[in-house]
Design a protein around this ligand. Structure first.
Ligand SMILES: [Ca+2]
Ligand SMILES: [Ca+2]
Length: 236
């Protein structure tokens, strides 16, 4: 019996290994069809249109956490110029790009979702998203993710510090006949876990406004993290 279980485990492990290897091969094949080392000519002029670069970015204005934002660009990154094209992303930033600026009044976890269209030549997904503290060419890269040829949407999760200027870069593995991401929707969700638990339940930006949803908590209970105030409104 034990031998059989062992055989099955080995078989399962081999299967997982094989699936992983096949997936890796698939991705490599897809990416290999995309010519490398081509760069869309860099745009030097600054801020011709909103989103072109960090001198004139799309602004994501966060008044309070929790926070939700969504923006759809029907022309994608097209027409916004290849402003940012460095070494750190190899080919993933050599096409036209768009920039967003975000600042949060309190520390929060950001989940950034970039839902991009298929490439202009229909061969796959070639978009990427990155977050920088400061402008992409002079600031510090915090996190990035790309579509690896066939991953869409691309999701990035990152804790943002309070009152700090961050820029989100949407970029593309451009080639001469397909220099920009044809269209996309970007979503940003901010939420926070506070240093407080009630009845064993974590207080977050999502439930702070009405803690009576927690089992065992009655009356109207809320928490304001800015002033660290827990408010009970008892009913007599
Ligand atoms: Ca640009
Ligand atoms: Ca670029």
């Amino acid at each position: 019996m034990r031998k059989k279980v062992l055989q099955m485990s080995l078989l399962l492990m081999f299967g997982v290994f094989l699936t992983g290897a096949l997936m890796a091969q698939k991705l490599t094949t897809k990416q290999a069809t995309r010519s490398a080392d081509y760069h869309v000519p860099k745009t030097e002029a600054l801020g011709r249109a909103i989103g072109d670069d960090c001198s004139n970015p799309f602004l994501i204005e966060v008044d309070a956490v929790s926070f939700s934002y969504s923006d759809t660009q029907d022309n994608g990154t097209c027409g916004h110029g290849n402003t940012y094209d460095g070494e750190e992303f190899t080919d993933w930033d050599n096409g036209e790009d768009v920039v967003y600026k975000i600042q949060t009044p309190e520390e929060a976890e950001a989940i950034i979702t970039l839902d991009g269209s298929l490439s202009g030549d229909g061969s796959g997904y070639y978009h990427m998203v990155a977050i920088f503290e400061g402008c992409p060419d002079t600031g510090t890269l915090i996190a990035s993710a790309n579509s690896s040829g066939d991953v869409n949407p691309v999701v990035l999760s990152q804790v943002l510090a309070a009152n700090t200027e961050y820029f989100i870069l949407v970029d593309y593995w451009g080639i001469s006949e397909d220099p920009c991401l044809p269209s996309y929707t970007i979503g940003v969700e901010l939420s926070a876990d506070y240093d407080l638990k009630i009845a064993g339940v974590q207080v977050t930006s999502d439930n702070a406004g009405d803690l009576s949803v927690i089992e065992g908590v009655s009356g109207t209970v809320s928490y304001d993290n800015a002033t660290k105030t827990l408010t009970f409104k008892m009913q007599w």
